[in-house]
Design a protein around this ligand. Structure first.
Ligand SMILES: *Cc1c(COP(=O)(O)O)cnc(C)c1O
Length: 408
């Protein structure tokens, strides 16, 4: 298949380029010190992660610790309530720790072990990436330093407790707005000091090369499993595949399995409260080209040219940029990016809970909402949705903010 002059038969082998570019996007815009560290990770990745020993060990971990493969569920009652289109979900909510993030954390931490590193370092916003990485660190016996803004530490008490129970150090960041951006800066600074003994583990397909590629490759297990399972269940490929896009890791993993198939692919960004800058985090929809956190992509900029404040009801989706590969796939026309706002996502959250007995993460509810929207527009066919995580973490927020409307 060919889109925008790019041949998708060989796409995953040819992209990114050796220096980490997907067309004009990607790269590594970082200090010389960090460049040396990234080069070490890149070289280790290409030698270690392609070895049969590493692949064998990761497969065993996925099977025996993570509980993979995760199933695909057919949503019979939800599908029937809409019409003639069959909806399916890939159940990353059933992956250990309740979301897809552990897929790349186990890969990154296994690489750290093979490289002889003693520590993993990362930032976290809502705490989901911190919990997944703390889990991986405990599994491999690695030290784990998680940088987190002071404001987020107050808001995310259960995840802070989880990280501490798992043995991680949660390091409070008190600069600036004391949230995710400052935590990223502090984690990068720590990594520049400690890279001889530590490895930085990013939380999505973002950051400098080689992270967008590594995280995609570790997450591609989602799409590869899903394609085979869907064919086994139905004898066909789905007509459409849908996933939500924050930084873009669950979606890139899912899409990687279907890029060379005659399947429509949709990435769903959060429209939050609406189209005004500051009310959403739909960077691919409303953003422009720019560099942040060491990579070139499409981002939402304020008047000062810096990353704009963003908002979504789903804290895992409120990032002002997206992985460089998403920007590339958008420009090629291979993936269509669209938006779902808070209200539509919350509505889908309750529909999936009540019609199917699956409580989704609010992030994943954006993908479910879009799948429902597609099913309402199509007169037959099938849609496969990536259910990136479970909603347990969102219970308090839902009861407090939507209890009156939905719970009687
Ligand atoms: C973190 C998170 C996301 C968003 O991250 P991506 O890198 O875009 O996948 C989506 N869903 C869940 C459940 C998450 O925890």
């Amino acid at each position: 298949m060919n889109f925008g002059g790019v041949d998708f038969d060989t796409y995953l082998k040819n992209y990114p380029s050796l220096d980490g570019y997907y067309g004009r996007y990607g790269g590594a815009y970082i200090s010389d010190e960090l460049k040396a560290a990234m080069k070490e990770i890149s070289e280790a990745y290409f030698t270690i992660c392609k070895s049969s020993k590493f692949i064998g060990e990761l497969r065993k971990i996925r099977r025996e610790f993570q509980g993979r493969p995760t199933p695909i569920s057919y949503l019979e009652r939800l599908s029937t309530s809409i019409g003639n289109v069959q909806l399916y979900v890939k159940r990353e909510d059933l992956n250990h720790t309740g979301a897809h993030k552990l897929n790349h954390c186990m890969g990154e931490a296994l690489l750290a072990k093979y490289m002889g590193k003693k520590k993993v370092i990362a930032e976290t916003g809502a705490g989901q990436h911190g919990v997944a990485l703390a889990t991986a660190a405990a599994y491999f016996g690695l030290e784990c330093d998680i940088y987190m803004g002071a404001v987020d530490i107050k808001k995310q008490a259960p995840n802070v407790a989880r990280m501490k129970i798992l043995g991680a150090n949660v390091i409070e960041v008190t600069d600036g707005l004391q949230t995710l951006k400052e935590a990223v800066d502090a984690a990068f600074a720590a990594y520049a000091r400690e890279y001889k003994d530590a490895i930085y583990c990013i939380g999505s397909v973002v950051g400098p090369h080689p992270f967008p590629m590594m995280v995609r490759d570790f997450q591609s297990v989602v799409g590869i499993e899903a394609r085979e399972q869907f064919l086994g269940m139905t004898g066909e490929l789905p007509d459409a595949v849908v996933a939500c896009v924050g930084g873009g890791s669950n979606s890139m993993g899912m899409f990687a399995g279907f890029l060379n198939d005659p399947v429509k692919i949709y990435g769903v960004e959060p429209l939050g409260r609406g189209e005004k800058l500051g009310d959403h985090a739909a960077s691919l929809q409303y953003g422009e080209e720019g560099i942040m956190h060491g990579f070139n992509s499409i981002m939402l900029k304020g008047e000062d040219g810096e990353a704009a404040p963003v908002y979504s009801v789903a804290s895992g989706l409120d990032y002002p940029s997206s992985g460089p590969e998403h920007a590339f796939l958008r420009d090629l026309g291979r993936v269509k990016y669209d938006t779902v706002g808070d209200d539509e996502a919350i509505d889908a959250f309750f529909r999936l809970s009540r019609l199917e007995g699956i409580i989704p993460a609010i992030e994943s509810s954006h993908a479910v909402a879009y799948g429902i929207r597609l099913a309402e527009q199509m007169d037959h066919g099938s849609v496969l949705i990536c259910l990136s995580g479970r909603g347990d973490k969102d219970m308090d927020y839902i009861i407090e903010n939507y209890g009156e409307k939905y719970l009687k």
